[in-house]
Design a protein around this ligand. Structure first.
Ligand code: KIV
Ligand code: ZN
Length: 531
């Protein structure tokens, strides 16, 4: 069946106690998707899973199978295409949850069920309304049931860092006895600090008699900005699996960011003498994909993947860099997959050069997608004198995020200027049917959004409208983000185009498309109440 409970991915031959490889468990598509607005379509999840596998991620948590039809389908389909990484589904402690996870994982070559229940006094009393004894029994029953279905079972005590130490040790011991091969300690509310968390991991290593039969894992949230520091402290104390997400996506302030953990281990290997299986040159590609799919732009000063992470503006720094890159760079841009910003091609560039350039940037497009992207590139090169790497990335990401959408913009014309009431004439294709309208507004963007609202009536509120530029200069493409909220559901849309108004319309339409997907889904977070 699946990997044996005595062996961790990438380190199969080593006894648990001597293992120096840190298993990277990615939860971008489960915890990451639980962030308000970060919904992902099935195609997008399949694309992310492919990239995660290619970058060497050991375990991919593809969803929470019982949470919704969409999650079940995502776990099922990811299970079919992923062959190297372990595919994992989250499940609460109930039999139905665990059965559903096992069913969704049916096709996976390597599969894991990750089951959890709250163990902190606060959660047990107010959320579960269960006694500690009942919770303890549920741990045994859930892990035993999961182990009857798959070989590889992970168990998490939710709100682990606020759990009574004695109760934590007792439940961890019982979970291992029942067959859990991985014990994951979540800092569910991002409350702990590095010194405290490493003490907690050391306590488990010292007090749980059968701890050597399991891999200790950590899952840190970033509410105090300590998720990465806490994860690394736990690794130093003995944890050998880290749960994390691309770009630090996740509930509230997010989860520990994978790129930061992996690059900290690689760059400060003197301090963290461990290995991971991650091919770090794939980091930028994964970051850009997750950002494009979710519409969550990466802040420019974000460690590792921010636009300024390797930029040197100050004269004194530039001077140092010219003399020796090590003066201000502790890792090379190439090591995270960043290529130098270069002039790529113009309108005379051919399809072959275009394909090669996309491969250099980390995109492997199928024939149809390549055909579409090339047509868009030609269009862009006609409008824009110089086409840079960033333009190509924006173009491909924009195409990826708008693929398979039910609502599409097919035409837009505007009348605006001084002394004129702005008016937008707009055509949409909705589920294959074309319709047009004209609307006015307080500004051209307002007119466009009203026209879209007339053709596709909805109750969503606009929460954010943001315009950025992909590169510099007046030829730059506009990069627009839109956030919409409907009945507590929030989604983000993005659009890029040389015409700011077209980019705005596309960003709004992309958000509406995501709302349509979201309407079909139950928010997994809502199910936590029953865990
Ligand atoms: O944050 C958390 O506690 C979780 C668990 C389900 C692992 O996401
Ligand atoms: Zn979490």
């Amino acid at each position: 069946m699946t990997q044996s409970k005595d062996a961790a991915p990438g380190d199969d031959a080593q006894p648990v106690s001597e293992r120096q490889n840190v298993t990277i468990f990615d939860t971008t598509m489960r915890d990451g998707e639980q962030s308000p607005g970060a919904s992902m379509s099935l195609d997008e999840k399949l694309e992310i899973a492919t990239v995660l596998q290619e970058m060497g991620v050991d375990v991919i948590e593809a969803g929470f199978a019982i949470a919704s039809k969409g999650d079940f389908e995502a776990v099922t389909e990811v299970s079919k295409i992923v062959t190297d990484s372990i595919v994992c589904s989250l499940a609460r402690s109930g039999i139905q949850d665990i059965d559903r996870a096992a069913e969704a994982l049916k096709h996976a070559k390597r599969k894991r069920i990750h089951t959890f229940i709250s163990t902190s006094p606060l959660h047990m009393k107010h959320k579960l309304q269960m006694s500690p004894d009942d919770v303890h029994q549920a741990v045994i029953d859930s892990v035993t049931h999961a182990r009857n279905l798959v070989d590889d079972v992970e168990w998490s005590p939710e709100d682990g860092t606020r759990t009574e130490p004695d109760f934590l040790c007792k439940t961890v011991e019982s979970a291992i006895k029942a067959g859990a091969g991985t014990i994951n300690i979540p800092d569910t509310v991002g409350y702990t600090a590095p010194v405290e968390f490493s003490a907690l991991i050391e306590m488990l290593m010292n007090r749980v008699p059968n701890i050597d039969k399991a891999v200790l894992s950590v899952h840190c949230h970033n509410d105090l900005g300590l998720a990465v520091a806490n994860s690394l402290a736990a690794v130093k104390a003995g944890a050998r699996q880290v749960e994390c997400t691309i770009n630090g996506l996740g509930e509230r302030a997010g989860n520990a960011s994978m790129e930061e953990i992996v690059m900290a281990i690689k760059t400060r290997n003197d301090l963290f003498p461990y290995t991971t299986n991650i091919r770090t040159e794939n980091i930028m590609r994964a970051s850009r994909l997750v950002s494009a799919v979710t519409g969550f732009t990466v802040q420019p000063n974000k460690a590792i993947v921010g636009a300024n992470a390797f930029a040197h503006e100050a004269g004194i720094h530039q001077d140092g860099m010219l003399k020796h890159a090590g003066t201000y760079e502790i890792m090379t841009p190439e090591s995270v997959g960043l290529t130098k910003s270069t002039l790529v091609m113009g309108k005379h560039s051919g399809r072959h050069a275009f394909k090669t350039k996309l491969q250099e940037l980390g995109y492997e497009l199928g024939e149809n997608a390549l055909h579409d992207a090339f047509a868009r590139f030609k269009d862009l090169a006609d409008k824009k004198k110089d086409v840079y790497d960033e333009d190509l990335i924006a173009l491909v990401d924009d195409a990826v995020s708008r693929r398979n959408e039910r609502i599409k913009l097919t035409a837009l014309a505007l009348r605006c200027g001084m002394g004129v009431r702005p008016e937008a004439e707009l055509t949409l294709e909705i589920d294959g049917e074309t319709s047009s309208t004209t609307a006015d507004g307080d500004g051209p963007v307002d007119a466009i959004f009203r026209a879209i609202g007339a053709l596709f009536p909805h109750e969503a509120n606009l929460q954010l409208y943001q315009v950025g530029a992909v590169t510099q200069g007046t030829y730059a493409q506009a990069d627009v983000s839109v956030r919409l909220e409907e009945n507590g559901r929030t989604v983000n849309g993005a659009g890029a185009d040389t015409d700011t108004m077209v980019a705005s319309a596309n960003a709004y339409i992309s958000a509406l498309n995501k709302l349509l997907v979201k309407r079909e889904k139950t928010a997994p977070a809502a199910l936590y109440a029953q865990a």
